[in-house]
Design a protein around this ligand. Structure first.
Ligand code: BGC
Length: 380
């Protein structure tokens, strides 16, 4: 098996592995073009033993396509995205990408660490208030990662690696980061992140797939049912920066502690919904202990597809595509309209470097950042 995995890194062959004891999925690799700097980009197609496929590129470690079966076993591609690399290079609202070094927002792009103030790019301005979003102008979603196909019992995957250099996008320290994407035979898309640094730095890496369980081109997600295991949100100001408070969800449109149709309260008269143009908030997972556990469940009553989200992180950002407006023309020429996807980003809280009472996002030399996130698909 070691030889097989090594071969995957070097050639663009289709590999299907099966022996007398077990059958494994497959990994295929093809060239997918070049960045504007002339860097070569590849596209991998992973298939598990259940027939699920995931197409992933090493540009931004982007999940380009992911198929999942409905209650009749019919597969649909459940993530928004583009058919071609050029479209991702031109403009993408982080479709399917890894975001970092700090996913989510940092107020005014500024933080002080060990007595030194750092100024990051302010590449976003909700409500007219500039902030740093998802790692800056050229975050982890816009770089080419080293990638290598991997296989193990019950899963096929890709190992991504990169050293984010000291000073990149204004962040201190060389950050050595490895991510494993696994497509398991239990129909899970599993991400394992690990990182080390040579200087103290904030780290908050997450995944930004836009899911629509009816299929990427099936329209609004307002009929999907959502459960989030969170008793509180961190409310935001008009710039979508946490105020520092914790608001109980009970009695508000943010109570998803039992499965609730997303559209049932999205237009309620509520200041937080007004600021986010709908749901775009950090949900604080109840009784966080750093172990992998269920954080959210999404269910599409039409197709019967269900997605459970498990994480080791303390929070999850629930964003329902409020900034989609039909201008992103995606796979098959489909224009992605308002609220046609749900993004569930497992994370630490936004703007943590400026909130000493939030769980720390500071990674120091000698420590290891670890984060696991699982998107598990089934149907009923
Ligand atoms: C954020 C949104 C932002 C979007 C960008 C989401 O993770 O929560 O506020 O507009 O990313 O595509």
């Amino acid at each position: 098996m070691a030889g097989l995995v090594a071969a995957l890194g070097a050639c663009s062959a289709m590999v299907h592995a099966a022996d007398e004891n077990r059958s494994l999925g497959s990994i295929a690799k093809e060239s997918w073009g070049k960045t504007s700097d002339g860097e070569s980009v590849d596209l991998y197609t992973l298939t598990n033993t259940q027939g699920m496929t995931m197409r992933v590129t090493n540009y931004g470690a982007i999940v380009v396509a992911l198929t999942a079966p409905d209650r009749d076993g019919k597969f649909a591609d459940v993530v928004l995205g583009y058919d071609h690399l050029d479209d991702y290079l031109k403009s993408s609202p982080y479709f399917g990408a890894v975001v970092g070094r700090y996913g989510n927002r940092i107020a005014a792009g500024r933080f002080t660490l060990d007595g030194k103030t750092y100024q990051l790019a302010t590449n976003n301005a909700p409500g007219g208030v500039p902030c740093h979003l998802h790692g800056g102008n050229k975050g982890f979603d816009k770089v080419v990662w080293d990638a290598k196909g991997e296989m193990k019992d019950g899963a096929v995957g890709i190992r991504f690696h990169r050293v984010s250099p000291d000073g990149e996008e204004g962040y201190p320290g060389n950050l050595d980061i490895t991510m494993h994407y696994w497509l398991t035979d239990q129909n899970e898309f599993r991400i394992e992140y690990a990182a080390t640094t040579d200087r103290a730095t904030p780290v908050n890496v997450t995944h930004h797939s836009y899911y629509n369980l009816g299929g990427h081109d099936s329209g609004t997600i307002l009929d999907h049912e959502l459960m989030i295991a969170a008793d509180h949100i961190t409310p935001v100001d008009k710039g979508l920066i946490p105020t520092g408070a914790f608001t109980p969800v009970a009695g508000t449109p943010f109570d998803f502690t039992s499965p609730t149709v997303i559209g049932s309260r999205v237009n309620a008269d509520d200041t937080q919904l007004e600021y986010g143009l709908g749901y775009d908030h950090n949900f604080v997972l109840s009784r966080w202990d750093g172990k992998l556990r269920l954080a959210a469940t999404v269910y599409d009553p039409q197709s019967g597809r269900q997605m459970e989200v498990l994480t080791t992180e303390p929070a999850i950002q629930f964003y329902c595509g409020n900034f989609l407006d039909g201008s992103n023309v995606g796979k098959g020429g489909h224009a992605y309209a308002y609220r046609t996807a749900i993004v569930l980003e497992t994370q630490h809280y936004p703007d943590s470097p400026n909130h000493p009472d939030f769980p720390s996002t500071i990674l120091r030399p000698g420590e290891e950042y670890r984060h696991t996130c699982v998107y598990r698909f089934s149907a009923r």
